[in-house]
Design a protein around this ligand. Structure first.
Ligand code: BDR
Ligand code: CA
Length: 317
């Protein structure tokens, strides 16, 4: 039986690759896309989610629009220099012919989990606002979800949105702290591992040789994103963020994890959005902020080459 997943997403070039990777993986059944601000506004994320499903011939999958702003402050704004003004590498797709469902992302998530207890896995690859709102709406989803696999955070290394914080967590630290503190099984696929999953230019060029709409769309949108990485980090390729979370759901043995309680700095200082793990025996130390918090599975090592090969082979079909 394929695992039922909901991808909470802000598409975004790498979100697009992750969605297509999931759609082409027989281990997974994508039962919905929920949308969130981050790479683009929530409005545009919703439009893009609908467009992406149309390109893939999968408009049967529902899209539910999420919150427009973080739970505590207004949205800081999109990142057109990373993903393009349209979030799709400035390829100017036509408007979608389909519509989002008449339900908020949070309500959709609650309904899906509560009507199929133990069966639904959440895969948030954007800011965690919708997930925190779903918990607020129905706290029992924590007992009934199968698991939560998040792309976000940086436990042991530097950030990417700021020197201290990763973009998804930085966009709503208050929500992230709620999600890492809920009594459910959470895995954090953060920069600690995604910066070890590298897709080279040669590898990216392979998508252009795939003769199906998914490979062709990826090949159109990825050059803009790749050029950002080259300008910012001097690498000839991309680091694989969102697809790494999909890979974890498909095959967790590709990762090594540590079980640490994680707090998120939601203060106003320079480490706002930093995910702080409590490493070691938290009981013997006076570390009040981490006490009575559940342990999060934090990914610390990864077999990156296997992930990039798996993603390409799935899109190729
Ligand atoms: C995350 O931020 C976004 O730009 C990407 O889509 C990914 O989810 C990486 O920090
Ligand atoms: Ca994303």
């Amino acid at each position: 039986m394929p695992r039922k997943i909901i991808i909470d997403t802000d598409p975004g070039v790498d979100d697009t690759m992750a969605i297509y990777f999931a759609l082409r993986s027989p281990e997974l059944e994508v039962i919905g896309l929920t949308t969130i601000f981050g790479n683009v506004t929530t409005e545009l994320a919703t439009t893009n989610a609908l467009r992406l499903l149309e390109i893939a011939g999968r408009s049967d999958i529902p899209v539910a629009k999420g919150a427009d702003d973080p739970i505590a402050v207004p949205f800081g704004g999109p990142v057109p220099f990373v993903h393009g003004d349209d979030g799709q590498g400035n390829v100017n797709l036509p408007p979608p012919t389909t519509k989002a469902v008449d339900q908020t992302a949070a309500a959709f998530i609650v309904d899906q989990i509560m009507s199929q207890p133990g069966q639904v896995t959440l895969v948030p690859v954007g800011p965690l606002t919708n997930i925190a709102l779903a918990l607020r709406l129905e706290p029992r989803i924590a007992q009934h979800v199968h698991e939560v696999v998040i792309m976000g955070g940086n436990a042991l290394g530097p950030g990417n949105a700021t020197p201290s914080s990763e973009a998804n967590i930085h966009n709503d630290p208050e929500a992230a702290d709620v999600v890492f503190g809920a009594p459910w099984n959470v895995t954090m696929v953060g920069l600690d591992v995604t910066h070890k999953v590298f897709m080279s230019d040669a590898h990216l060029a392979e998508y252009g040789r795939i003769n199906n709409p998914l490979g062709q769309h990826i090949a159109r949108i990825v050059p803009f994103y790749r050029d950002f990485f080259h300008a910012r980090s001097k690498i000839n390729g991309i680091w694989v963020h969102d697809s790494s979370a999909i890979a974890y759901v498909i095959d967790p043995t590709l990762f090594k994890t540590e079980a640490w309680p994680v707090r998120v700095d939601a203060g106003e200082g320079m480490s706002r959005g930093k995910t702080w793990p409590a490493i070691g025996d938290t009981d013997r130390r006076n570390l009040e902020p981490w006490q009575n918090r559940p342990r999060v599975n934090v990914c610390v090592e990864v077999q990156g080459d296997k992930i990039v090969e798996m993603e390409l082979s799935r899109i190729r079909g």
